[in-house]
Design a protein around this ligand. Structure first.
Ligand SMILES: O=C1NC(=O)NC(C(=O)O)N1
Length: 311
């Protein structure tokens, strides 16, 4: 038998799989559905200070090899998720993570101070990479801004936390961002990657875009992004000091979950596949991962984590 468990930053997961922030996690009903599934943990939709409607619909579409979304951070406001976390059974339940994505640094600091004061066992994932707010850049692509935000965050939030990063595509950028992240010891994990920003899916029959916001531009997920996600996991696994990397991007079976862990991922998030298949995907992916490990003769995740061979 294989052991799929992973313990990290005080979090004990029976298996390494959980939802990507944004998918099946905006309402308490959705969060409860992930908690009731075979997922090893759950994370909330990125929250803002005030509730947000988000971008006009249609704002999500399935595409031939994945998905495109320009949701625009629709969420119930941080108090809703703080209340959910306060009521949550942290002892008996699965680990709960909270994603925070303020519209400004001040908003981020106010929300983080509130989560700090609530003194909950949840780990925070600070989203530096939402690509879908018209007119707003992805903070993660501005190294100076990222450093400034993190400098202010660690003054307010003293517990270990993580950041959700956009995909990078250039070794110089991997090195630059790793250098910024390594200067914050309490930043204990990164989640790689957020959607590949501002892609364009065209429907040939209608000769039209498939989502309304931003002239059809949206974050790309699914099969399209797997190689980019794996590269980001492996590069940050290699470049970061004493931090965990959480893999996200293109996971739809035990195979891609295995690849992310082989590249160095401590745990693995599922986005597009969860959106399309529903919470049953967790048991399927879990069992596929276990079978793959069995076939390959690995008893635990640590047996192969980060052991990607190079030539
Ligand atoms: O960080 C985000 N990534 C996405 O792909 N979409 C959401 C969103 O638009 O709310 N946010």
């Amino acid at each position: 038998a294989v052991d799929l468990s992973v313990s990290w930053l005080g979090v004990n997961m029976e298996n390494p799989l959980y939802n990507a922030s944004g998918v099946m996690c905006r309402s308490r009903e959705e969060l409860d559905a992930v908690a009731a599934s075979a997922a090893g943990a759950l994370i909330t939709k990125s929250c803002t200070l005030l509730p947000r409607e988000g971008n006009p619909e249609p704002r999500y579409a399935k595409a031939p090899h994945g998905s495109i979304n320009s949701m625009g951070l629709p969420n119930a406001g941080y108090q809703y998720y703080l209340d959910y976390a306060k009521a949550y059974d942290h002892q008996g339940g699965k680990p709960l993570f909270v994603s925070v994505s303020g519209m400004s640094l001040e908003d981020n600091l106010e929300m983080l101070a509130a989560f700090r004061d609530a003194d909950l066992p949840c780990l925070v994932e600070l989203n530096l990479s939402c690509p879908n707010l018209p007119g707003k850049p992805q903070i993660g692509y501005d190294f100076e801004a990222s450093s400034h935000v993190l400098s202010e965050v660690v003054k307010v939030y003293h517990k270990p936390f993580g950041v959700k990063l956009p995909p990078y595509f250039d070794p110089v950028h991997f090195a630059e961002m790793a250098s910024v992240l390594n200067s914050f010891p309490s930043l204990k994990y990164v989640t790689c990657i957020n959607s590949v920003g501002n892609g364009l899916v065209i429907d040939l029959d209608s000769e039209s875009v498939v989502i309304k916001p931003k002239g059809g531009l949206g974050g790309i997920g699914g099969d399209y992004v797997l190689p980019t996600a794996l590269a980001n996991v492996r590069e940050f696994y290699r470049l970061l000091d004493d931090k965990h990397v959480i893999g996200c991007g293109g996971v739809k079976s035990g195979r891609e979950a295995f690849m992310h862990i082989l590249a160095g991922a401590t745990a693995v998030q599922v986005g597009t596949c969860l959106y399309e298949e529903g919470a049953a995907c967790f048991a399927r992916i879990r069992d596929e991962l276990a079978a793959l490990m069995q076939q390959k003769g690995y008893a635990t995740l640590a047996d192969f984590r980060g052991k990607l061979k190079t030539m």
